[in-house]
Write a protein that binds this ligand. Structure first.
Ligand code: TMP
Length: 237
């Protein structure tokens, strides 16, 4: 596999073309941003942690019947993935109140929701990723009805699988964000990453925050926490 020119650079990853137009290489960075890029920093070792962790999770999800872009890990920070066009939607599922949900609805963080909540945000940094509903998505033709239905179904399946997976590692899945992409032949795949950057994970025993909120909120022990989450991921069981 030949790594060719960079196609795209995001806040946490670079994406490179390869000699096969159906395959891309993602290269995870240590850069961290928050609040739509207003807060910037680095979390040393994060790129490697997120790469390995996302790959462990994508393989677990594939085994449960959720198609993902994952093909093969190439190095500590690089992974070969199927080329997709990312749907301009951030798909968020919340099990427990936190973050922008708590702020928006005036509820304390840490309340178990009576049922999981799915939210969509329109993926657009200039607009600050505004919340968007199914009607908006269909009216703006950001996805078709069939795609939207599939995305919802996959998102709840991912939630069930991730909740169980993290609980075995002593972590409560509070909420998470995922993204989907479309291959050239129109297949919808889970893409982007699943990592402490994109999930809220609280220790089952201490309720300690084990995710990017440590960076967002200046809670300290950021690097150590990412390493701890990775070492829990690698333990069997
Ligand atoms: P929020 O409470 O700030 O809306 O975040 C909900 C979840 O989405 C949380 O697990 C963090 C994740 N997230 C991202 O992955 N990227 C983002 O840009 C934001 C704002 C949140």
């Amino acid at each position: 596999m030949e790594k060719r020119e960079m196609m795209y650079e995001g806040k946490a990853k670079k994406v490179f073309r390869t000699d096969n137009e159906d395959l891309l290489i993602v290269d995870y960075k240590d850069d961290a941003t928050a609040f739509n890029g207003q807060k910037k920093g680095q979390i040393l070792g994060k790129g490697a942690v997120n790469n390995v962790m996302a790959n462990i999770i994508f393989q677990m999800l594939e085994e449960k019947g959720i198609p993902t872009h994952f093909v093969e890990q190439l190095s500590e920070r690089e992974t070969l993935v199927k080329a997709v066009t990312i749907l301009p939607l951030e798909v968020i599922i919340r099990n427990v109140t936190a973050g922008s949900f708590s702020k928006r609805y005036g509820v304390e963080e840490g309340r178990l929701l009576a049922r999981p909540v799915l939210e969509f945000s329109y993926k657009n940094d200039d607009l600050g990723d505004p919340l968007i509903n199914d009607d908006h998505i269909l009216a703006l033709e950001l996805a078709t009805e069939e795609e939207l239905e599939l995305v919802r179904r996959y998102a709840f399946l991912v939630n069930d699988a991730l909740k169980e997976f993290f609980l075995e590692k002593g972590l409560k899945l509070i909420d998470f964000k995922i993204e989907f992409g479309k291959t050239a032949d129109g297949t919808i795949l889970l893409a982007d990453e699943i990592s402490p950057d994109t999930c809220r994970l609280w220790d089952v025993v201490t309720n300690e925050k084990m995710d990017k909120d440590r960076f967002r909120r200046d809670l300290g022990n950021v690097e150590e926490t990412y390493q701890e989450v990775l070492s829990r991921m690698k333990k069997q069981g």
